[in-house]
Design a protein around this ligand. Structure first.
Ligand code: COA
Length: 250
């Protein structure tokens, strides 16, 4: 494993670890349970644009043992006027969408609290692996707002409107086993095991043909938004493009 050095000498909010074809992005604000401040989101956006991430074949997102992330930084919420919120989603707040559109497979490795925007970040990944300490929840309605970084939309598509209503309107925290039962988590592992398992699964995905993975991810996203006819056409066109590229590679 190679740690990418921090040129500024200050502690980065995102730590990037290079594991060969897999890159690990660790949220690094443990004293605040990895609360997603705009500074942290901005740094994540910049790291996602870096050559180290661009050349990775799979990406693992993780936090600390106590928290994947306890959500948006609540100290910033009172300053958010409608104008600032519009600007925020054009800037650092776009990071959730950027994660969801990455061409590489993405894995969220989750321990401890996975709340609010932290849960939304995990939902923007392709798969989630949690350890038995993980606790999920979307407490926004209790704060007078709602999950607005793509989590509401992704949850409806993943588990349907009825379960989404339960999770968001009650805002209760639920354990990894419940997230697994709902299909939101692929595997629940013992405490301390989440990174080795996430790295193993990311390594498998990293070894798949990159173009097939990228087109498949894009086709799945398009399927959720298209008519059957359009989605079928996308499948067939992507197949034609991939097969052509496989032929050319011979
Ligand atoms: N934003 C900013 N700071 C946060 C935070 C958040 N979302 N979540 C936790 N923190 C900070 C706390 O303020 C505290 O900082 P301090 O030590 O400087 O006072 C530190 O992280 C540890 O949190 P603490 O509340 O002491 O830990 P806990 O184990 O008692 O409780 C939680 C953990 C997650 C239950 C609790 O911190 C919490 O409810 N956080 C807010 C979750 C939330 O509402 N997220 C959605 C926001 S839209």
């Amino acid at each position: 494993m190679t740690e990418i050095p921090d040129p500024s000498g200050t502690e980065p909010l995102i730590q990037l670890q290079d594991h060969g074809k897999v890159v690990v992005l660790q949220l690094n604000r443990p004293a605040k349970l990895n609360a997603l401040s705009t500074a942290l989101e901005q740094e994540l956006l910049e790291v996602l644009r870096s050559p180290a991430v661009g050349s990775a074949a799979a990406i693992v997102f993780t936090g600390s043992a106590r928290a994947f992330s306890a959500g948006a930084d609540t100290s910033e919420l009172p300053q958010m006027t409608p104008e600032r919120i519009a600007a925020y989603y054009r800037g650092s707040g776009s990071v959730y969408d950027v994660v969801s559109r990455l061409p590489q497979p993405t894995v969220a490795a989750i321990s401890g609290y996975c709340l609010g925007a932290g849960f939304e970040l995990a939902l923007a990944c392709d798969i989630r692996i949690a350890d038995e300490t993980a606790q999920f929840g979307l407490p926004e309605v209790g704060l007078g707002i709602l999950p607005s970084s793509g989590g509401l939309t992704r949850l409806v598509r993943a588990v349907g409107a009825a379960v989404t209503r339960e999770i968001i309107l009650f805002g209760e925290r639920f354990p990894a086993t419940e997230a697994y039962r709902l299909g939101l988590v692929r595997e629940v592992v013992a405490a301390g095991e989440v990174m080795p398992v996430a790295l193993e699964r990311a390594g498998f995905l990293a070894a798949q043909p990159a173009l097939a993975v990228a087109w498949t991810k894009a086709a799945i996203d398009a399927a959720a938004e298209s008519s059957s006819a359009s989605s079928l056409l996308i499948e067939q066109l992507a197949y034609a493009a991939l097969n052509r590229s496989a032929e050319e590679g011979k």
